[in-house]
Design a protein. Structure first.
Length: 385
């Protein structure tokens, strides 16, 4: 000790002693939580008691020094979570969702179907069709003009499956699809990642220097921005799909227009390739999901998607994310979309990796709804690469 101050070693020894006491008290608290679980089980009471937790947190904060109130506001909700999860394990409380997932696993066939009626947006030669052909050996594809029509075809049972794009490695998420997810009921049965190659296609005999207009989907236009910037005096016209753009060019018969589309469109529409692979990045992939009305969980499912809203209060997203960290579950995507009519409030979409058979998944799915205003399980599935 120098000048009446404790040395670093002495301070650390104090910390060690305090930590020993904390560990002992934490174990005692969890033992009492277990006793409470037994009472709740006997009296058929729910594990989660939000009113009690609010009152308890308010009481603890009132006893905390002012400079530590923020810290205790973070610590105690975590303790509540741990206590609640401990009680669930003791009571054997099972959520309806856990039972629904186990039922789907038991009733889903062992093999993904080779053929089915599948809804896609666009037309022959589209990347959606390419994705569909990767997922199914012999798909009976029904084309629709909009993504919303694909969702409706699934909801009504008109098609068993639908294939829709959700994100691109260079252009990002397909926001219009995520917005539609809020308004439609569906589940995800599988996903596939397709390498995207954009090519400049035109009717035979067309010269690149004669091009005055180029048609394509807005994401394809974004993904080929560097190439397009080199073309002077050319009008870029967005349309609903790359294959629709190719079809429009073919039907026009004009030699001053072109389309950005896949090479598949060459054979479908009798076009010529003026320049291939004109996308900004060669490592350009789009991820598609295969959606269905009924929950189908095929063997090997190791990805899960959920959709949720959170309370509009400080720390709500942090508390949710801490559950993934505590269980060691890897988040692969977090997307947020504004909620219509609600200022600065969002719907969140999470994709994460863990086998559907893992107890950690059922534990996480049992915990997440307590932290959310609304919660939707979208499915567990595997991805074709």
């Amino acid at each position: 000790m120098e000048n009446g101050k404790n040395s670093l070693t002495e301070c650390r020894q104090k910390i060690d002693g305090i930590d020993d006491a904390i560990v002992k008290l934490f174990a005692e608290r969890m033992n009492v939580a277990a006793e409470i679980a037994e009472v709740k089980k006997a009296e058929h009471l729910p594990v989660f008691d939000p009113r009690r937790e609010r009152e308890k947190l308010k009481d603890v904060i009132s006893k905390t020094p002012d400079d530590l109130k923020d810290s205790i506001s973070v610590l105690y909700p975590l303790i509540f979570d741990l206590s609640r999860n401990h009680q669930r394990r003791i009571t054997g409380a099972r959520s309806e969702l856990a039972e629904k997932i186990e039922k789907a696993i038991a009733e889903t066939p062992s093999l993904f179907p080779e053929t089915a009626v599948v809804a896609c947006q666009g037309t022959d030669g589209s990347n959606s069709q390419i994705a569909c052909d990767r997922l199914f050996r012999r798909a009976d594809i029904m084309y629709f003009s909009t993504f919303e029509a694909v969702f409706k075809a699934i909801e009504t049972g008109f098609c068993r499956y639908g294939v829709i794009p959700v994100e691109n490695s260079t252009a990002g998420s397909v926001n219009s699809v995520y917005d539609l997810m809020m308004n439609h009921k569906f589940t995800v049965a599988r996903s596939v990642r397709i390498k995207i190659d954009h090519n400049l296609l035109a009717v035979p005999g067309t010269k690149i220097e004669d091009i005055k207009e180029i048609y394509s989907h807005e994401q394809a236009i974004s993904q080929c921005s560097e190439f397009l910037s080199e073309l002077k005096g050319v009008k870029i016209i967005p349309c609903e799909n790359t294959a629709v753009a190719a079809k429009r060019v073919a039907e026009s018969g004009r030699k001053d227009v072109a389309a950005l589309a896949s090479r598949s469109c060459i054979k479908y529409y009798g076009l010529s390739c003026l320049k291939d692979s004109v996308q900004n990045a060669d490592n350009n992939y789009t991820r598609f999901v295969c959606i269905s009305r009924n929950l189908e969980i095929y063997p090997g499912a190791d990805r899960t998607s959920v959709m949720l809203t959170l309370p509009h209060e400080a720390g709500s997203l942090y508390k949710l994310m801490s559950k993934f960290y505590a269980l060691g579950i890897n988040l692969t995507k977090l997307e947020s979309r504004p909620l219509p009519g609600r200022d600065f409030e969002f719907m969140f979409y999470f994709d994460f990796e863990t086998p559907v058979y893992s107890p950690r998944l059922l534990r996480l799915l049992g915990e997440l709804p307590d932290a959310c205003e609304s919660f939707t399980y979208l499915g567990s599935y595997s991805e074709v690469v």
